[in-house]
Design a protein around this ligand. Structure first.
Ligand code: SF4
Ligand code: MG
Length: 329
């Protein structure tokens, strides 16, 4: 079956000036490939600055890729703002971290929900639009009396529900959720996650779910990709990754969430911060921080390949799949 979203060797490089005035290239996203089936969730995790949000913006076509290819529902996504792009773009929507920034404080929230319909010239009459917005209001669990309220009159959780309703009004097949709960407190965040799961069950949307919260990603994702310095270093089903991480970076991330491993492992403290993507370390880019690094890691770059248990990993120490296993995977 063709995936809904397919990303092949995607890259985004920026020229930047160093402190000494030299021009260098920053590799924000550097050769990322993945695919996402309709109705499924791919979790994208990693420290801030690893390229998760840039990947999201590339997928949505709001940022042009330096190279690589994005295919959505069989059509290539580009950042060219033509009619074709608009039609495609309607089918994928963004939910981002800060609902207050996403909303216009001068307009009642109900009006903001119908806005995408107006922009895309979809539902003709004002009353029809209002009815549709009210249905979505209910679907995301908001009381109808909040319809005429302004964003500042709502709580953070209610505002994120408004943003969700607005994203849903065009009937998207893909929601790109970029840290959708990081601005919410824990219990409200849990409600929004339950709502997202419930909506996916009912509407069958796919989610590209970006988060640094591994517990949430484990709950919501069908597949997880771990990014480090612009590349995917491990990818597989959440249970496999969180129970038995193969890549030392995943292992360190997982060890920082005690409840994921029921106290069986000690927390692994990584040395230092992620290196500047302008100065990507030679060999394995993770080697300066890797507790398991061996001499080979400083010289030879590991590529993302199928490991013996079917997941993908980019580490010299992870046993590779045999040809037969790789073919079966
Ligand atoms: Fe660590 Fe080496 Fe594996 Fe990189 S290749 S993650 S440095 S063990
Ligand atoms: Mg981000």
């Amino acid at each position: 079956m063709n995936p809904l979203l397919r990303v092949d060797d995607l890259a985004r490089h920026y020229p930047v000036a160093t402190a000494t005035g030299q021009k260098r290239m920053l590799h924000a996203v550097d050769g990322v490939s993945f695919s996402l089936a309709a109705g499924k969730t791919l979790g994208l995790v990693g420290e801030s600055g690893c390229g998760k949000s840039t990947t999201a913006r590339l997928v949505l076509g709001v940022l042009p890729a330096t190279c690589g290819r994005i295919t959505f529902a069989g059509a290539e996504v580009s950042a060219t703002r033509d009619r074709h792009w608009r039609a495609l773009r309607r089918r994928m929507q963004l939910v981002h971290q800060d609902p207050l920034a996403a909303l216009d404080r001068r307009l009642p929230v109900g009006e903001q929900i119908v806005e995408p319909l107006v922009i895309h010239g979809l539902e003709a009459g004002a009353e029809a639009r209002r009815q549709k917005a009210l249905q979505l209001f209910e679907a995301v669990g908001l009381r109808p009396d909040l319809f005429e309220r302004y964003p500042h009159e709502l709580s953070g959780g209610q505002r994120q529900r408004v943003v969700l309703a607005r994203a849903l009004i065009l009937g998207p097949e893909l929601l790109v959720c970029d840290e959708p709960i990081s601005a919410l407190d824990v219990s409200v965040a849990a409600q929004v996650i339950n709502l997202l799961q419930d909506l996916q069950g009912r509407l069958g949307m796919a989610y590209l779910f970006i988060s640094h919260d591994l517990k949430v990603v484990r709950q919501i994702a069908d597949e997880v990709a771990v990014m480090y310095l612009g590349r995917i270093v491990e990818q597989g089903p959440p249970e496999a990754l969180f129970h038995a991480p193969a890549h030392p970076y995943t292992e360190a991330l997982v060890s920082a969430v005690p409840t994921l491993q029921r106290g069986t492992r000690e927390r692994i403290i990584l040395r230092g911060d992620p290196p500047n993507p302008v100065d990507r370390p030679a060999g394995c880019a993770f080697h300066p921080r890797c507790p398991r690094a061996v001499a080979r890691c400083r010289e030879e770059e590991p590529v993302l390949r199928p490991a013996s248990d079917g997941r993908l990993a980019a580490c010299h120490l992870v046993p590779l799949a045999t040809d037969a296993q790789a073919a079966a995977a």
